[in-house]
Design a protein around this ligand. Structure first.
Ligand code: TPP
Length: 531
């Protein structure tokens, strides 16, 4: 007779979810026992890494990923990256083992207390099935919840004795729609507002990339002859950054952002929150009564916007429909973006010089994963991304995402047969939050390159303290860390790059390797301003 375990594996197979990211414990072993040959268990040495890898993997494959965690402590360790998956809108099915049902009343060791509350409010649905026989159908419901817009993580707590129980007839492997079209009447109102605007501006966010809608965005920008900005602090890029209409990334503070959009009477934001701010610099959301139009597939994101009118819909379907409704215009093209000044290659390198060198040697079709907080502006100045799916970072502000995400992204490049080279730029502070992800990359022989700008400090926190005039904050310096020794310890090749001439060769060698390479680069310690 089929067990709950048999039926669940069959369903996972039917849903195409044969990769499991995790870190096992006793409460998961009954699920993992006799692990089927057609499944792949990706072992992470810490749950933050398991979730980060699954997130990167899901974003590249375009399908939900499965993470299996160890009851309450494992879920706790995973929480930072579950928060990030929520903000990233990554569909993840997070399962966690639970103690034996028969003993739960007396709360034995490893009981998850209130398991469905633990990951809240950063999952779309959290559930512990009432009967063992409900486990497969709960998984089906979890899948359907995760992949419908707004996509995101879901959580199941699964008692360890459920797996051996006799199963009910298997649930149907259902399909659900993963995008929806905008209301045609409201769409026409948005189109009319854009068509009659004197000077429209477009702001595109990560959902445009997630929707595979770059072409639709370019088509609308060209039809409107409008400038395009990236939404502030985007987790993915959404528009070709060498396109003549592209103006750069908007600043992540209220006053400066409004300043940047000054003079535009209508601003259309597609696929991003309005807006993702970080330091508080007061001001108006937009100046001079400019009208804001917001397209999102998330009713909560629409509700949170402080001004403007919203339209619910998939970014790609909405952009295409708006373009179809747009009359031709004879507006003059937007100004070209200024070319960044030349860099000085003196040693130690400035962040600008490092990223200018990286841009010179950037591999064709390369994918960048970024978690280098104070160097972000320099990186975005020097490296431009011109193709979809080429840039990833976290939407949350929580460190410890980039390194494991890069491992998941590199694995997905291999599993999908795309084989795009993956380069991560991870600050020497950020490096340590999920550093054990390097071991997984090494075991999987992934040719991942990790460039670590070494400034021996939490520079962005110094910049924030300067902006807020809060001197004397302790704990912002990181002397005495041997990045090379740590990377070697996890099985990576390493090479310190201390001048720009070495970077090209080091990068090329690393990309040809059959394992990860960590390239620490000492950089200058002056602190760039936060805005
Ligand atoms: C989980 C988590 N803990 C702490 C922070 C606060 N924090 C933000 S940036 C930062 C420093 C990052 O240092 P590094 O990677 O060296 O980058 P740098 O600022 O020097 O460029 C810290 C500690 C955070 N964002 N997330």
């Amino acid at each position: 007779m089929a067990t709950v375990r048999d039926t669940t594996y069959d369903l996972l197979r039917a849903l195409g979810m044969t990769t499991v990211f995790g870190n096992p414990g006793s409460t998961e072993e009954p699920f993992l026992h006799a692990f089927p040959d057609d499944f792949h268990y990706v072992l992470a040495l810490h749950e933050a890494s398991a979730v980060g890898m699954a997130d990167g993997y899901a974003q590249v494959t375009g399908a939900p990923a499965h993470v299996n965690l160890h009851t309450a402590p494992g879920t706790g360790n995973a929480m930072g990256n579950i928060v990030t998956a929520w903000h990233n809108r990554t569909p993840l099915i997070v399962t966690a083992g639970q103690q034996t049902r028969e003993m739960l009343l007396l709360e034995p060791r490893l009981t998850a207390r209130h398991p469905t509350e633990l990951p809240q409010p950063y999952v779309k649905w959290a559930h512990e099935p009432v009967r063992a026989q409900d486990v497969p159908a709960a998984l089906m419901r979890a899948y359907a919840t995760a992949v419908q817009p707004p996509t995101g993580p879901v959580f199941l707590s699964l008692p360890l004795d459920d797996w051996a129980q006799p199963a009910d007839p298997p649930p149907q492997a259902r399909t659900v729609a993963t995008r929806f079209a905008p209301d045609p009447e409201r769409l026409r109102q948005f189109a009319a507002a854009l068509a009659t605007s004197r000077s429209p501006a477009l702001v595109f966010g990560a959902a445009v990339d997630r929707a595979g809608a770059w072409e639709a965005g370019v088509a609308l920008a060209e039809r409107l002859v409008a400038p395009v900005w990236s939404a502030p602090a985007p987790e993915r890029t959404a528009f070709p950054e060498n396109h003549p209409h592209f103006q750069g990334v908007l600043p992540f503070a209220i006053g400066p952002l409004a300043d940047q959009l000054r003079g535009h009477d209508t601003v259309l934001v597609v696929g991003a929150p309005v807006f993702r701010y970080y330091p508080h610099v007061p001001g108006e959301t937009l100046l001079d009564g400019a009208r804001l139009l917001h397209v999102t597939d998330d009713p909560e994101e629409a509700a949170r916007a402080p001004i403007g009118d919203s339209l619910l819909g998939d970014a790609g379907l909405t952009l295409a429909a708006l373009t179809d409704l747009m009359p031709p215009t004879d507006r003059s093209p937007p100004p070209a973006r200024p070319v960044p000044s030349a860099v000085e290659d003196s040693v130690p390198l400035s962040a600008d010089a490092l990223f200018a060198a990286l841009a010179r040697h950037w591999p064709a079709d390369g994918v960048l994963v970024q978690e280098s907080p104070s160097n972000l502006s320099a990186l975005r100045r020097r490296l431009r991304f011109d193709t979809p799916g080429s840039y990833f970072t976290m939407a949350s502000g929580g460190l410890g995402y980039g390194l494991p995400a890069a491992v998941g992204i590199a694995l997905a490049q291999r599993d999908t047969g795309r084989h795009r080279p993956v380069v991560a730029v991870i600050g020497d502070g950020s490096f340590h939050y999920s550093v054990q992800a390097l071991w997984t990359a090494s075991r999987l022989r992934l040719p991942l390159v990790v460039v670590v700008p070494v400034n021996q400090q939490y520079a962005i926190l110094k910049a924030f303290a300067e902006l807020k005039q809060t001197p004397g904050v302790p704990g912002l310096d990181l002397p005495g860390i041997d990045v090379t020794a740590i990377a070697r310890g996890y099985g990576c090749a390493t090479r310190v790059v201390d001048n720009p001439d070495q970077l090209g060769e080091a990068l090329a060698t690393a990309l040809r390797a059959d394992g990860p390479t960590v390239l620490p680069v000492p950089i200058r310690t002056d602190v760039p301003p936060i805005l």
